[in-house]
Design a protein around this ligand. Structure first.
Ligand SMILES: Cc1cc2nc3c(=O)[nH]c(=O)nc-3n(C[C@H](O)[C@H](O)[C@H](O)COP(=O)(O)OP(=O)(O)OC[C@H]3O[C@@H](n4cnc5c(N)ncnc54)[C@H](O)[C@@H]3O)c2cc1C
Length: 482
């Protein structure tokens, strides 16, 4: 049986685990840091990410309405400022040199956009103005490479100068290389247990019998973090769901392709349709998002089909001639309240860095910086992470009634987006009524109704009795009875 000793042991080898490790050894040379995770990284969100470094492009009409979403936006703004220096630091680490693969992002609003997409586009524009973020409105038809089907032509478009994308896989390799050169030990294996003694976390136990004793432990195992958290914080952290996502990498055969990220505004439960040029004619088309407690064994055929249709219809019909190089399928870590779980846990030496849902790649340099602050100076409490304390009751950013209404409008808009067209003498009332019933069915499965976003309500509606029991125990543990 192998025994290792470290100052900090990280469970999870995705972008968050490695970013925290690299930040720690950069700031504290000689610190013994071990990162443990399976070398093949099954289900890793990082490996599948389009890695858009999008901040303002992610704004929605609810961003400014609640303190928690404002805090998440503040974190995203800090990350936008942090990326150039972070990439520079990785280059100085001496390994492969990751760079922005596409500086700049076009956000386009198609002629068929739903009312939510229109509101979110307006919100992006308002936020850009409010924060004086460099951008300009562009003529959508002037965007190089754009050739949608006629009825999907964009009617409005914005160019965001500072936002873009990196190659997620190249950045992960650079993080790993940089970390190793700075002395981080990488262990290929699955963490099966967190060992505690006298109220503090003392070690990680791996499935192959290895034990890593450590002064501090960081749980950063993405969507697979729940079983580890359950061992010491059962029912005290918002349950983690899997935001299953599928994306595809293609190579151009027809048409010039894009040289900037192009995307639509965020929709409920999903970032918009996006295309990230990775260089050499390779383009990343993403991404689907089906949120569930237990991930299915693979992407659903129907949503994958829609992904390809949306990309060709909304961006460039010539994509249909591209060669498929690689499919990505992975699980975003999605907390019940959709806000990240970041920071100390109340158990000495135990920290969490997960729950980043759709934009953890973008946030990683800032999350790593503040996690390192807290690990190196345990009394530090960075204000930016305060709203995301892992041990918490669910944060509700709307009323329960609002959440039902949102579920209903989302269902109707999704149906329209997928091509539903009614004759003039019918309206969507029956569909809305059905969706309302489904939302109430989901809420009735909870011991106490709480406001949940549409994709989470759907997952609750489909949850197994075991997950429902876990969820209700969490609600009883963290929230007072009404
Ligand atoms: C299709 C898709 C597209 C995305 N696009 C973007 C984007 O454009 N921009 C953006 O900012 N974000 C994007 N995201 C989200 C982003 O990828 C995540 O927020 C981020 O990568 C999460 O990183 P992580 O390190 O927490 O998790 P992961 O990358 O999932 O890493 C967790 C690691 O822990 C390992 N692990 C699991 N169980 C254990 C265990 N028991 N012990 C040890 N290790 C374990 C896993 O194998 C994995 O390697 C996207 C996600 C998906 C799925």
């Amino acid at each position: 049986m192998r025994r290792l000793t470290a100052d900090v042991a990280v469970a999870g080898n995705g972008v968050l685990g490695w970013s925290v490790a690299v930040e720690l050894v950069r700031r504290s040379p000689g610190l013994r840091v071990v990162v443990a995770g399976p070398g093949t990284r099954p289900g890793s969100a990082t490996v599948a990410a389009g890695a858009m470094l999008n901040c303002f492009a992610e704004v929605t009409d609810v961003t400014s309405r609640h303190a928690a979403s404002q805090a998440k936006f503040a974190l995203a703004r800090a990350a936008l400022d942090a990326w150039p220096a972070w990439l520079e630091a990785l280059r100085e680490g001496g390994g492969p040199a990751p760079a922005m693969v596409a500086p700049g992002t076009f956000v386009v609003l198609g002629a068929q956009a739903t009312p939510t997409a229109v509101r979110n586009f307006d919100a992006v524009q308002a936020a850009l103005k409010e924060y004086a973020e460099p951008h300009h409105e562009v003529q959508a038809l002037d965007i190089p490479g754009l050739r949608p089907v006629p009825h999907e032509r964009p009617v409005r478009a914005l160019y965001l100068e500072r936002e873009g994308a990196v190659d997620a896989r190249a950045v992960l390799a650079a993080l790993e290389g940089c970390g190793r050169r700075l002395g981080v030990t990488s262990v290929d294996g699955q963490v099966s247990g967190l060992l505690t003694a006298n109220g503090r976390t003392t070690a990680l136990h791996l499935a192959d019998g290895t034990t890593i004793s450590a002064g501090a432990v960081v749980v950063a195992a993405g969507a697979a973090s729940q079983p580890l958290l359950d061992q010491v914080l059962a029912h005290r952290t918002p349950p983690l769901l899997h935001g299953t996502g599928c994306a595809v990498q293609t190579r151009r055969h027809t048409g010039p392709g894009f040289d900037r990220v192009i995307r639509t505004p965020t929709r409920s439960g999903a970032c918009g349709m996006h295309l990230v040029p990775l260089g050499g004619g390779v383009e990343y088309l993403g991404a689907t998002n089906i949120v569930c407690f237990d991930p299915p064994e693979g992407p659903r055929l129907g949503v994958t089909q829609s992904l390809m249709r949306f990309a060709t219809d909304q961006f460039d019909t010539r994509l249909a001639m591209s060669a498929v190089r690689r499919w990505h399928y992975a699980h975003r870590p999605v907390p019940l309240d959709r806000l990240p779980l970041l920071g100390p846990t109340g158990i000495d030496g135990l920290y969490v860095a997960t729950g980043t849902y759709r934009d953890g790649f973008h946030g990683s340099p800032v999350i790593a910086r503040h996690l390192a602050d807290m690990i190196l100076t345990p009394s530090a409490r960075p204000e930016l992470l305060a709203p995301f304390t892992p041990v918490r009751a669910p944060v509700e950013d709307m009323t329960v009634e609002d959440s039902v209404n949102l579920f209903v409008s989302d269902a109707v808009e999704t149906a329209t987006e997928y091509g539903m067209r009614l004759p003039y003498f019918l309206d969507t009332a029956p569909l809305a009524a059905q969706a309302r019933t489904e939302a109430h069915e989901a809420l009735q499965r909870l011991d106490r109704p709480i406001a949940l976003h549409p994709e989470i309500l759907t997952a609750v509606r489909e949850a197994s009795p075991t997950h429902l029991h876990h969820l209700n125990t969490y609600l009883r543990t963290t929230t007072p009875a009404p």
